[in-house]
Design a protein around this ligand. Structure first.
Ligand SMILES: C[S@@+](CC[C@H](N)C(=O)[O-])C[C@H]1O[C@@H](n2cnc3c(N)ncnc32)[C@H](O)[C@@H]1O
Length: 232
């Protein structure tokens, strides 16, 4: 399924590194916590404060690590493709180690992590299998892998790619891919992960308070969170 079939905006589209390098300075002012943090808040597990060592895949500027730190996660590493996003993550002080690299092939130590997160990143990956397999490789037995994603139904219904306002003032899209919920289930289970929990977020009153223009999308599913467990 190609995003281009649904694209209602037709913005100029750039690759991940080009897009996020320009978006980095304003990224945290534009991304709404309702998209991902609100779903993390709703998960009943894993037991965050027991996590010994976490890896945040596609860590961006460190929003997820800020949340994990508040929940008592002891140590967090991060990996991201975009140096400008990593620079903000480094300045945040939430990470023990930060690595510039691809989440599908991080080069990090196998079996070293008991908690893995990947928030708002899979829409930039053409295939899900490599992400689930790399997370599996990095996770120790009993590890939890928490993935938060834009909801495919939202992307399809709105035709809206991930986008930001460039320095020129023009909207610019970052290459976006659509992964159905069944694509996640298939990629996760084929790798060996067991689905422990799933939550979906809809465009509700909190969303409308920050995005009044989205009133026509009221009730649409907008994001989803999966907690996967690696059998021990
Ligand atoms: C929407 S941001 C999400 C950042 C962060 N997880 C958050 O929730 O705020 C997407 C991030 O994924 C990174 N990214 C996209 N594709 C990647 C890949 N293949 N490997 C590593 N990072 C990637 C981008 O550089 C960007 O920082």
């Amino acid at each position: 399924m190609q995003f281009s079939e649904f694209d209602s905006r037709r913005y100029r589209t750039v690759d991940v590194r080009t897009g996020y390098s320009e978006w980095a300075p304003t990224y945290e002012q534009t991304v709404q916590d309702a998209m991902d943090i609100a779903l993390l808040d709703r998960l009943t597990g894993p037991s965050w404060s027991r996590a010994r060592r976490a890896i945040d895949l596609g860590c961006g500027t460190g929003r997820t690590a800020a949340w994990l730190t508040k929940r008592g996660v002891a140590s967090i590493d991060g990996v991201d493709l975009t140096p400008e996003m990593l620079a903000t993550a480094r300045a945040s002080g939430f990470y023990a180690n930060l690595v510039e690299g691809d989440v599908c092939s991080t080069g990090l130590e196998a079996g070293a992590y008991d908690l893995l997160t990947a928030c708002l990143i899979d829409e930039h990956l053409p295939e899900l299998g490599p992400l689930y397999r790399e997370a599996w490789r990095l996770g120790e037995p009993d590890a939890s892998f928490v993935l938060v994603t834009l909801h495919p139904q939202f992307i399809i219904a709105t035709g809206m790619p991930t986008h930001f306002t460039a320095r020129s003032g023009d909207p610019v899209a970052i290459a976006t891919h659509i992964h159905l919920i069944s694509d996640h289930v298939e990629a996760g289970t084929a790798t060996g992960w067991t689905l422990a929990e799933m939550r979906e977020g809809t465009v509700n009153e909190s969303w409308l308070a920050v995005k009044p223009k989205w009133r026509r999308f009221r009730g649409y599913p907008v994001s989803a969170a999966y907690t996967w467990r690696k059998p021990g």
